[in-house]
Design a binder for this molecule. Structure first.
Ligand code: MCA
Ligand code: AMP
Length: 449
């Protein structure tokens, strides 16, 4: 299959290792083909996306069979899991209904899917309601992965290292499918711990800002990365002090890139070019960007005037699953991110238009879904959730609730068990009432003071 070109088309046999267990490219292809034999004919297949070799084999196998793959967060509680399975219409869950045995082998030949066929449906949070399924075609994923490979000079000679979750774009599409397509060996460290990054001996490293900040907190680990070729940061803003400290310790000015589940990576600095702290670079191949003000006009590209960032390109989503509304307007996707563009084309992300999307440790968390979860607890009468600045996580999920007879820990554990662990509030404040305007709408800005 074209998306997995590196598994078959490369002279260098890629190997994948996850948390210490490895498969050669040949063995991965044969084990994945055995999975494809199991699921062949199913239109949509979910994968219990734990950070394991089984997940890599399951996703690869389902893609080989031509199914659309729905990664289910490894830490999802019943409410989130049920929503994803029901909404996507996945008929089975690899890793749960159908066990994945990485020792099996098959040589069945499957016809490659068409570019327009759905490769993945990735669930991601909106400002309100439950997560939505982002439909990504094979052609979009190929274009997205190829564009960053070009920007980062990523070849089969690289050895990619990361330990990111395998249920989002960063860890799964770039971090696994990207490696398989390039034919570069992948070492997934299970969890993104600094010492494991240091020990993995990679040339190319991926991390979210929280990971890079933690790497800097362990200087020996950061220094071990001096042997690498390129460090890449994304999924959330990399604080300038972390950029500077990582540069000083590792000898690498990290490449920063910007993207979304809906658009894949659209803007990046280049391996062969300048890296500017606080900036995410210029559009990757095939991407056009523009800024738009509230009145619909385009602000000047002066590096100072802020507008909402719109993007277009071949890697954008096809649709939200189950929605009749087109996700783009004449090919433009409105990101909801506020940005500036300089006269030299360099982009700076300055914030989000809505306070209701929180980026915690690189995870996108909708305030609305956490509020809805809190409100299902019998003791909670009112709830408002905001993102508050956090030195480690970027933003922390912080809840304000009106409730009787329940403790902070109970509510944190309740959300962790109901939605997913990474969406839990990090703190809960009990208040007598929530600040509301004359219309009765909660005034979140007053909670964030
Ligand atoms: C903690 N734990 C709990 C609870 N509290 N378990 C049950 N109930 C609780 N109440 C457990 C967790 O399961 C976990 O266990 C351990 O405690 C630590 O959890 P946590 O505190 O959440 O982890 P962390 O250390 O704070 O995580 C930081 C992190 C993580 C590793 C940086 O945030 C992360 O992986 N971020 C990556 C997000 C990402 O990939 N985003 C990309 C989105 P155990 O240790 O056993 O697991 S894609 C995107 O944004 C676009 C496309 C882009 O641009 O890339
Ligand atoms: P997600 O859908 O989880 O992929 O989250 C996408 C969001 O992450 C974007 O809309 C941005 O708000 C944020 N994001 C991703 N990369 C960066 C970056 N390099 N700098 C700032 N924000 C980023």
């Amino acid at each position: 299959m074209r998306l997995l070109a590196g598994l078959t088309g490369s002279d260098v046999p890629a190997a994948v290792a996850v948390a210490g267990r490895a498969l050669s490219a040949e063995a991965l292809l044969a084990a994945a083909t055995a999975v494809a034999d199991d699921v062949h004919g199913a239109a949509t297949v979910a994968v219990d996306a734990t950070p394991t070799l089984e997940t890599v084999v399951a996703v690869t196998g389902a893609l080989l069979s031509g199914a659309a793959v729905v990664p289910v967060p490894a830490d999802a509680g019943p409410a989130e899991r049920d929503h994803i399975l029901r909404d996507s219409g996945a008929v089975l869950v690899l890793g749960r209904d159908v066990p994945v045995d990485v020792r099996r082998r098959s040589a069945t030949a499957y016809a490659p899917p068409a570019g327009d066929d759905t490769a993945l449906v990735m669930y991601t949070s909106g400002t309100t309601g439950a997560p939505k399924g982002v439909v990504l075609t094979h052609a979009a994923v190929e274009a997205g992965v190829d564009a960053v490979a070009e920007a980062w000079d990523w070849t089969a000679d690289d050895r990619l290292v990361h330990g990111l979750p395998l249920f989002h774009v960063h860890g799964l599409i770039l971090g696994v499918l990207g490696a398989l397509r390039r034919g570069s060996p992948l070492v997934h460290t299970g969890r993104p711990h600094p010492a494991r990054y240091a020990a993995a001996g990679g040339t190319l490293y991926f991390g979210v800002p929280t990971v890079w900040s933690r790497v800097c907190a362990e200087p020996a680990a950061a220094r071990a990365l001096r042997r690498a070729r390129l460090l890449v940061s994304g999924s959330a803003p990399l604080p300038v002090p972390v950029f500077e400290r990582l540069s000083a310790l590792s000898g690498h000015r990290p490449v920063e890139r910007y993207g979304m589940t809906e658009t894949l990576i659209t803007v990046s600095s280049r391996a062969g070019g300048e890296r500017r702290p606080g900036h995410v670079g210029v559009p990757v191949r095939g991407v056009r960007t523009r800024l738009t003000r509230d009145d619909g006009t385009e602000p000047p590209a002066d590096g100072e005037t802020i507008g909402e960032l719109w993007v277009s390109g071949p890697m954008l989503l096809r649709r939200y699953h189950g929605s009749a509304e087109p996700p783009t307007d004449h090919g433009w996707f409105r990101t909801g991110d506020l940005a500036t563009i300089g006269p030299d084309g360099w982009h700076r992300i300055v914030g989000r238009a809505s306070t209701d999307l929180i980026k915690c440790g690189g995870f996108r968390i909708g305030a609305g879904e956490v509020e809805d979860a809190l409100l299902t607890h019998p003791a909670v009468r009112e709830a408002a959730v905001v993102g508050t600045p956090d030195a480690d996580l970027g933003e922390a999920v912080t809840a304000f609730v009106v409730a009787d007879g329940v403790g902070e820990r109970d509510l944190i554990d309740f959300v962790a068990g109901h939605l997913s662990v990474h969406k839990r509030p990090r703190s809960v404040h009990f208040v007598d009432s929530l600040p509301r305007n004359a219309m009765g709408k909660v005034q979140k800005k007053r909670l964030m003071l």
